[in-house]
Design a protein around this ligand. Structure first.
Ligand SMILES: NC(=O)c1ccc[n+]([C@@H]2O[C@H](COP(=O)([O-])OP(=O)(O)OC[C@H]3O[C@@H](n4cnc5c(N)ncnc54)[C@H](O)[C@@H]3O)[C@@H](O)[C@H]2O)c1
Ligand SMILES: Cc1ncc(CO)c(C(=O)O)c1O
Length: 310
C-alpha cells in the first residue's frame, strides 16, 4: 500500500508539522490544520526544518507531495483519505475534534489519533462510526523516530488496523500493534523512567546533568542496540531476580505528578517552548539545542540502520 494521496493533520504544534513533512515526503498532499494562525506560521518553518532533517537522513522524495496550511478545518478535511488528529492531550477536546472530523469525511476514511495514551475506546465513545478510529502514536520528533504504535479500540475494525499498519510500513517505519492500556507501551516505559529520574532528582541523589548522563550512556546507548527483553537474557535472569528482589520495593511508586514538575509548570517554565524548564536556556540556546538533537538523531539512526538488528 502507498501513503494515501490526500491526508489531513489536525493540530499543528509540536507533532503536526513533522508528521505532515514525512507524509508529504512520501508523495501525499497534506493539509495541516490549526485553530491558531501563529501555530500555522511556526509550522511552516518547522516543516522546512523537518524536510532538511529528512534530506540529511537521505529519505527519498516521492514526487507530488506538498504541505498546505489551513485555518479552515473543512478545507483541510475536504476529500481527505487519511486524517490524523494531533490536538492537545485533553479527552473533551479530542472528542469534539473527532466529531468535527467524522462529520466532514466519508465513513471509509481512517481517522487516526496521535494520543499519547488515552484509551481509544474512551475517545470513540461519542463517535457515530467508532470502527474507523485507531490509535497511531508517533514518537517525537515524528519525522525521525521510525516506529509508530498502532492501537485498536474495542470497536475498531480490523481492516482499519491492517490499513494503518500498511501506511506505517509505506512510510518506511516499524508498526507495533498493541492492545489498549493507558499510555500504551512506549509511554508506560518512558514514564516509569521519568518518574524514577524525577524522584532521584527531588531526593538530591544526583543532579539533572548527572542523571541525564547516566541514562543516556548507561541505558539509552545500550537500549538503542538491544531491547529490554533481550537485555534480560544478556544480563542473566538470576541477576535480575537478585537485584529486583531488593530494588523493586525501593523504587518510586509516586501516584501523582512530580512536585518539582508541578511547581515549574505553575511558573510557566515548560521547557524549550518557554525557554526555561528542567534546565535554563540562554538567548539562542533553544534553537542550538534543537539543531544538535536533530543532528544527533540523524547520525544515530544512520548508524543503527547499518547494524544487524539484535
Ligand atoms: N509532544 C510530544 O512529544 C508528543 C509525542 C507523541 C504524541 N503526542 C501527542 O500528540 C498530540 C499533540 O501533541 P503536541 O505536543 O503536538 O501538542 P501541542 O500543544 O504542541 O499542539 C497542539 C496544537 O493543536 C492546536 N489545536 C487546539 N485545538 C484545536 C482544534 N480544535 N483544531 C485544530 N487544532 C487545534 C493548538 O493550537 C496547537 O497548536 C497530543 O495528544 C500529545 O499527547 C505528543
Ligand atoms: C514526555 C513525553 N511524553 C510523551 C511522549 C510521546 O507521547 C514523548 C515523546 O514522544 O518523546 C515525551 O517525550
Amino acid at each position: 500500500m502507498n501513503v494515501p494521496g490526500i491526508c489531513a493533520v489536525i493540530g499543528s504544534g509540536t507533532m503536526g508539522p513533522g508528521i505532515a513533512a514525512l507524509l508529504a515526503r512520501h508523495g501525499a498532499d497534506v493539509r495541516l490544520n490549526d485553530i491558531s494562525r501563529e501555530a500555522l506560521d511556526r509550522a511552516e518553518s518547522a516543516c522546512t526544518a523537518a524536510a532538511g532533517a529528512l534530506d540529511q537522513l537521505g529519505t527519498p522524495v516521492t514526487e507530488g507531495g506538498s504541505v498546505s496550511f489551513e485555518l479552515d478545518a473543512a478545507a483541510a478535511l475536504d476529500s481527505a483519505e487519511l486524517v490524523i488528529e494531533a490536538v492537545p492531550e485533553e479527552i473533551g477536546l479530542k472528542r469534539r475534534v473527532l466529531e468535527q472530523i467524522e462529520a466532514a469525511v466519508g465513513t471509509d476514511v481512517v481517522i487516526a489519533t496521535n494520543t499519547s495514551g488515552i484509551p481509544i475506546s474512551d475517545m470513540a465513545a461519542a463517535m457515530e462510526h467508532p470502527q474507523r478510529l485507531i490509535g497511531m502514536h508517533w514518537s517525537n520528533p515524528p519525522h525521525l523516530i521510525p516506529m509508530i504504535e498502532v492501537i485498536r479500540g474495542e470497536r475498531t475494525d480490523s481492516a482499519v488496523e491492517t490499513a494503518t499498519v500498511a501506511i506505517v510500513e509505506a512510510l518506511g517505519y516499524k508498526a507495533v500493534m498493541e492492545k489498549e492500556v493507558p499510555g500504551f507501551v512506549e509511554n508506560r516505559v518512558l514514564y516509569a523512567i521519568m518518574r524514577e529520574c524525577l524522584s532521584l532528582l527531588e531526593q538530591g541523589v544526583a543532579t539533572q546533568e548527572d542523571i541525564d548522563t547516566c541514562v543516556k550512556w548507561g541505558i539509552g546507548y545500550k537500549l538503542a542496540v538491544i531491547g529490554p527483553m533481550r537485555l534480560l537474557d544478556m544480563a542473566g535472569l538470576d541477576i535480575y531476580s537478585s537485584v529486583s528482589g531488593y530494588l523493586n520495593p525501593d523504587l518510586s511508586d509516586e501516584k501523582g505528578i512530580s512536585p518539582m514538575v508541578t511547581k515549574l509548570t505553575e511558573q510557566n517554565r515548560l521547557g524549550m517552548k518557554t525557554g526555561d524548564g528542567m534546565y535554563p536556556y540562554a538567548e539562542g540556546e533553544v534553537a542550538a539545542k534543537r539543531t544538535d538533537i536533530l543532528r544527533g538523531l540523524v547520525t544515530v539512526r544512520k548508524a543503527l540502520s547499518e547494524i544487524t538488528p539484535v
